[in-house]
Design a protein around this ligand. Structure first.
Ligand code: HEC
Ligand code: HEC
Length: 202
């Protein structure tokens, strides 16, 4: 296990170095939301109309922080985050597109819980776990996210579970500082289930 965790650190650092140079060139000009919307026609089939996903294991992007979207696209492009479905997409977008897409998705109305909470007890456990693990210290009190930190409120429940499993197992190393790998590593299955249920219903 220690060897594997070391490996993740190196990959994450490499991703960060590649990402930083891309993001530096991204900030040179103002974003164009209309152009982002046009480019986002490539995304609708999977991420849904207006960035609200209707598909299992595909995240909603509406209301995600601008920087978070940009960073994830940079990570996919750099190969420090891997996904078969996203790979061909990032091969078709340049730095201008990434900047415009970030601004466009951030401008959309965030997802709302699509169904009423069918398990309030589980949500209560999730809320307690979120306090105990200090999730809001980075994700903000409303879990809307900020800067490179993802929005969690209203995200698809099964995707939140998948993401936490991916951090925990090291499949996903996250934003250079490996903050989420550190956070997810000690989480129990029970906590993960409860956290995802709670956050998806915010
Ligand atoms: C063929 C389906 C498909 C298409 C088309 C697609 N995506 Fe994705 N996207 C995915 C999947 C699946 C994931 C989740 C990857 C994972 O589980 O790690 C994802 C993840 C993401 C993420 C990370 C979000 C998060 O919450 O972690 C971003 C950002 C993203 N996609 C942006 C885009 C953009 C922008 C486009 C269009 C230019 C696009 N995607 C097109 C399937 C797709
Ligand atoms: C030290 C700051 C920090 C703390 C504490 C933290 N997070 Fe995160 N979280 C982040 C960052 C930064 C990201 C984006 C990482 C990346 O680039 O993959 C993230 C991403 C995520 C994602 C992926 C979302 C997506 O759309 O892909 C989930 C799920 C998540 N966090 C859940 C949690 C939960 C649950 C807790 C509490 C148990 C928590 N986080 C605590 C910083 C933090």
């Amino acid at each position: 296990m220690p060897i594997m965790r070391h490996q993740i650190g190196i990959n994450a650092l490499l991703g960060l170095a590649l990402g930083l140079s891309a993001l530096a060139s991204l900030s040179a000009r103002a974003a164009d939301i209309a152009a982002g919307k046009e480019k986002a026609e490539l995304c609708v089939g999977c991420h849904g109309e207006a960035g609200i996903s209707q598909t299992e294991n595909i995240p909603s992007l509406a209301g995600e922080p601008d920087q978070f979207v940009q960073w994830q696209l940079v990570f996919f492009r750099a190969g420090s985050r891997r996904n078969e479905q996203m790979q061909p997409i990032v091969e078709q977008i340049n730095n201008d597109d990434i900047r415009n897409l970030g601004a466009y998705f951030a401008s959309l109305t965030p997802p709302r819980a699509s169904a009423p909470d069918d398990n309030p007890d589980l949500s209560k456990k999730g809320a307690q776990a979120a306090v105990g693990r200090r999730c809001a210290s980075c994700h903000t009190d409303s879990f809307a996210g900020t800067k490179a930190v993802a929005r969690l409120a209203g995200q698809r429940e099964e995707y939140l579970i998948k993401a936490l499993h991916d951090y925990k197992s090291g499949v996903r190393s996250g934003g250079g500082m490996a903050a989420m790998a550190e956070v997810a590593y000690p989480l129990s299955e029970e906590e993960i289930t409860a956290l995802a249920h709670y956050l998806a219903h915010l």
